[in-house]
Write a protein that binds this ligand. Sequence first.
Ligand SMILES: Cc1cc2nc3c(=O)[nH]c(=O)nc-3n(C[C@H](O)[C@H](O)[C@H](O)COP(=O)(O)O)c2cc1C
Length: 358
Amino acid sequence: MRIGPYEISPPLVVAPMAGVTDRPFRSACRRLGAGLAVSEMVSADPRLRDTAKSRRRSDHTGEAGPIVAQIAGADPQWLADAARHNVALGAQLIDINMGCPAKKVCNVAAGSALLRDEPLVGRILEAVVAAVDVPVTLKIRTGWDRASRNAVQVARIAEQAGIQALTVHGRTRADGFSGEAEYETIARVKGAVRIPVIANGDIIDPEGARAVLQATGADALMIGRGAFGRPWLFREIAHFLATGGRLPAPDAREWSAIVLAHLDDIHAFHGEYDGVRLARKHIGWYVHGMPGGEVLREQVNQATGIDAQRAAVQAWCALLQAREPGDVRAAAPASRPVYNNHSMSAGGDRTRPEEIHR
Ligand SMILES: Cc1cc2nc3c(=O)[nH]c(=O)nc-3n(C[C@H](O)[C@H](O)[C@H](O)COP(=O)(O)O)c2cc1C
């Protein structure tokens, strides 16, 4: 897949996820096979621009390009300004969020609520495309609700406005995260426009990835929750799509190196207070379903400092390597965390709804 001057290879994109896809997680996914990683959304509201959260979300220091910033809002001028601001901070692609169902975003008629107002969609996209020299992409759901699936119409508006790639999450706004994603609408979108289409929703393994590509004809796939605690899913999917074969999951040694590097990165990026808290959900996801994982989860949840948390993870990794030299995931049941809207039960997720929109 090509977006402007950028060849996205492999065509596997890390989904923007507020409270999850910070720079450490994006970097882990890129190192382990993702071709592109979208940053957590930042509000286009200029009053929120200088919050610590917005600044951290816009910090791309040392990140592998192309760097993608996602902006959310409903005012064309604010979004145009936000796009310029993020390009000045290093973004090489700007993604506009019209897919988020979070209440706070929709209440101010941003996120997926915009799908109800097609003329406004057109004005926003034209304003942002005109504001920056970098490619602008768009992320949508299939519509507001099942009775008004207008993704094809919005895709045409997007193409007309100069949007250079379109991601479609196969659910309506009303669906939230319930039920299963459907891919027929994504296939119809693909058939209606010439810009690259990225299919998203419920892709959690290599076979599923291939099935979604076949069902939609999409140019690329975007993966979110399936990569929780499994940033190597991207290389597994890339390998499967290229060869039809299954790549073995990381062995205990590699698993330990990945988890410890990610943990160190979280601590360095977020600092002690936020870092220790944020690491809890990631470690919870990493050990989800692994024998004895709940013991480590308990320890990292109780730890209040970097040293204690790291020591717990390191000790657990040493035990794991002594006990399980082979395939870590083979020892774990083939289950994944339970997701309920934006809150995930596994790993003691601490993402509060009000954190989502910034
Ligand atoms: C915790 C969480 C935060 C999310 N935050 C955003 C966001 O900031 N911007 C956005 O466009 N979508 C956001 N989403 C939606 C995802 O990008 C993606 O479209 C959705 O999770 C479906 O893909 P999946 O089934 O692969 O997870 C979020 C989803 C989750 C679970």
